[in-house]
Design a protein around this ligand. Sequence first.
Ligand code: 57M
Length: 358
Amino acid sequence: MLYHLLYPLGAHSILFNVFKYITFRAIMATLTALIISFLLGGPLVEYLRTFQIGQMIRTDGPKSHFEKSGTPTMGGLLILFAMTFSCLLWTRLDNLYFWIVLGVTLSYGAIGFLDDYLKIIRKNHKGLSGKKKLSSQLFIGVLIGFVLWMDPGFKTTMAVPFFKNFNPDLGIWYIPFAALVIAGSSNAVNLTDGLDGLAIGPVMICGATYLLFAYIAGHLKLAQYLQVTYVPGAGELCVVCGAMLGAGMGFLWYNAYPAEVFMGDVGSLALGGLLGSVAVVTKHEILLVIAGGVFVIEAVSVILQVASFKTTGKRIFNMAPIHHHFELKGWPEPKVIVRFWIISIVFALMAVSTLKLR
Ligand code: 57M
């Protein structure tokens, strides 16, 4: 909004020209969201505590989690509010890709909200059924895929990491492909969100990586130089990623071990959807498997565990998702969390290195 209000004043004073720059607006969006989530975090935790909006803990999980019962949840609302407010302030509101990513984030957040709400009023860990959750996520994903497919400025090619000249055109199949990337990313982040700060750390690291990709993809000369698909307008997603980073940092202040609040599905589904949609719009879809490697490991651990248990009756891990396996092996929770953050940084560096390793 500030871009539209203040940049035109550049004709009177060159000071206002600064609102043109994506880098400036991304930094301001980060700081704005950080301040909002940091300031509102404390009162929100108090409010959630007062109204007993707390987490129901499964009795079949690691014993160390029993004492977390009643920890306020739905802290994702804080992330979504801080991020949306900051985005509305600092992005260009005439950018289609901004609305696409915000639309996915908020609608996935709404699905998560309903899930959290049902868990709280039913006072158990059964919220929305898996089928309902997944089908609504896929429906939104298909809708987004369709809008992108209709957009004349958007290519339906798929970028393959390490291959600069292999960009198969998926045509209409880009629609289900986009839906799978977005819904898959959302669910993988949701599975990761099982220890204090375990999800938000890698989400921020992956978001920072995509901030860079958004800048490159939206910059004609850089995109040509690095031979990535140029997506006019995608640069604006730097501001969105910045706002997410700021909101995430403010949330982590309260979610750091021992957590005062959990993000809930309202946070995890929304943030995963955000990463998936940014990956789609910046045309770095498959690279999300590398940049979000921690989420992939978590999801694969669940798939392997369930498959093995169903077919052989035996478990591969002590418990899935894999963070529970390490907890049960006796690693203290903060050790698992920080080690997963380190792995996430390594994955992010690997993802960035694909810009040159082709
Ligand atoms: C949600 N939710 C956390 C919190 C958070 C198919 C199956 C593997 C699904 C999986 C599952 O349901 N995963 C998704 C994971 C829950 O956290 C809430 O949920 C939100 C995110 N959706 O924001 O509101 C618990 O996680 C802990 N937590 C923290 N700190 C945080 O900052 O400590 C969360 C955030 C919280 C808290 O304890 O209550 C969750 O884990 O439920 N299911 C599982 O993960 C279960 N695994 C399982 O059943 N494995 C079997 C299967 C695969 C064969 C096995 O290995 O044998 C485990 N979940 C739990 N206990 N809690 C089982 C044991």
